[in-house]
Design a protein around this ligand. Structure first.
Ligand SMILES: Cc1ncc(COP(=O)(O)O)c(C=O)c1O
Length: 404
């Protein structure tokens, strides 16, 4: 008789967003006359931009012609896209990343979930708390997290690094030395951004202590302030300790299109083993490349016209972020994030728990957000709203909240 990977059995309950979806579905079924405004999941609402749509159409036409048809894409990505990424996302920012250090994929979720495969199961991971759940859950599935304590909401073998009001939602260096450190900046869910000096501390710590940093920069496009690094490779020494993961979902609206990439510098080695070679081997074995059509759409994000168009998308959402942040403050909420990030992180009023506030907001204002405790124990007492809605919906949600 075959046996399953029982690590899956250890995962508590269902994934955060499935629980929210279930609650919202039950509410709408019971209250069909009360339209719900969703500000929970980090999905975009604005259509793809013109340059991207044109590139998609052109690539589709190429597929209809035997002379230009493409089959399997190169495992690691087409050169036209890797060159554009290296030039615009890295070299223009002074980061010496080569196109062949970039691995194109179908998104940052897969990469951030799969990257742990490169490491021994007895490695210890450290995560910010609260955290994007994929980092922890993928390590649970791999058998790297130990046992779950229902009381504390923590895994025995995971190092949690609390991100609180006191430390400005930037984790302190851990007391216990981890092997693998997950960092996400600008942060989901808190919306906090890390300064270059703060990130340099992490890079120095990792190099000194033999740790690898997995840096998720999915929200890089939302950085609006100076002195906030767009890439970890802006920090000296990052190429020997850091992997960076990026996405086209939040900047270009590709959540349903699917495109992302991971950077593994050739200088990143464990002893004399190259992590770059390991990931290339992994891609070669398990991945047949992001679709040609989609990679052409990704390339279109880097032309002058394409860059201006996706800047417009980010500006659109950031206008919401400013409105949500400002209105909530006016209503008397304690609010964070929203400046270098599309996420607004608010303190629940009257000492309500995160889930109590979720239910209250759903029932009284018919607005859906995400309970902070779903991202980790330090998220308790907080609530995440996203700026990814339409202007009209964001405004309407705030009007409803103002009436509570
Ligand atoms: C921190 C973080 N990383 C990655 C992702 C997923 O990105 P993608 O759509 O490229 O899979 C998300 C999506 O919400 C995210 O918040």
């Amino acid at each position: 008789m075959y046996r399953i990977n029982d690590c899956y059995q250890k995962l508590p309950g269902s994934y955060l967003f499935s629980t929210i979806a279930r609650k919202v579905a039950a509410f709408t079924e019971a209250n069909p006359d009360k339209p719900v405004i969703r500000m929970g999941i980090g999905d975009v609402t604005q259509p793809l931009t013109d340059p991207v749509i044109k590139a998609l159409h052109k690539a589709v036409d190429e597929m209809a012609d035997g002379a230009t048809f493409r089959g399997y894409a190169p495992d690691l990505g087409y050169a036209f896209l890797r060159d554009a990424i290296a030039e615009h996302d890295f070299r223009e920012r002074g980061c010496a990343i080569e196109p062949d250090e970039i691995f194109v994929s179908d998104g940052a979720k897969c990469d951030s979930g799969n990257i742990q495969e490169l490491f021994s199961t007895d490695n210890k991971i450290a995560v910010c708390d609260p955290v994007y759940p994929v980092y922890v859950d993928s390590n649970v599935m791999a058998g790297r997290a130990g046992t779950y304590d229902k009381e504390t909401g923590c895994w025995s073998d995971v190092i949690y690094m609390p991100c609180t009001e006191e430390n400005g939602f930037i984790a302190d260096l851990p007391k216990e030395r981890p092997d693998i450190i997950y960092l996400c900046f600008p942060n989901n869910p808190t919306g906090a951004a890390i300064t270059k000096d703060q990130l340099q501390n992490w890079v120095d710590y990792a190099n000194k202590n033999g740790c690898v940093i997995i840096f998720d920069a999915a929200y890089e496009a939302y950085i609006s302030e100076e002195n906030i690094p767009h890439s970890i490779y802006e920090c000296a020494g990052a190429k020997t300790c850091a992997i960076e993961i990026r996405s086209f979902s939040k900047n270009a609206g590709f959540t349903g299109v699917r495109l992302g990439y991971t950077v593994i510098p050739k200088a990143l080695k464990c002893g004399d083993v190259s992590l770059h070679d390991m990931w290339a081997r992994r891609h070669g074995t398990k991945y047949n490349g992001a679709p040609y059509i989609i990679q052409r759409a990704g390339e279109a994000c880097y032309t002058e016209e394409g860059r201006a168009s996706i800047r417009g998308l980010v500006d659109y959402y950031m206008e919401n972020a400013r409105m949500i942040y400002g209105s909530l403050k006016d209503m008397g909420y304690t609010v964070y994030g929203g400046v270098n990030s599309p996420y607004i992180w608010l303190k629940t009023p009257d000492h309500m728990s995160s889930w109590e506030f979720f239910d209250y907001l759903l029932e009284k204002a018919n607005v859906v957000g995400t309970p902070g405790s779903g991202f980790g124990p330090s998220g308790e007492g907080y609530f995440r709203l996203t700026a990814f809605g339409t202007h009209d919906n964001s405004k309407a949600a705030l009007e409803r909240m103002a009436k509570l």
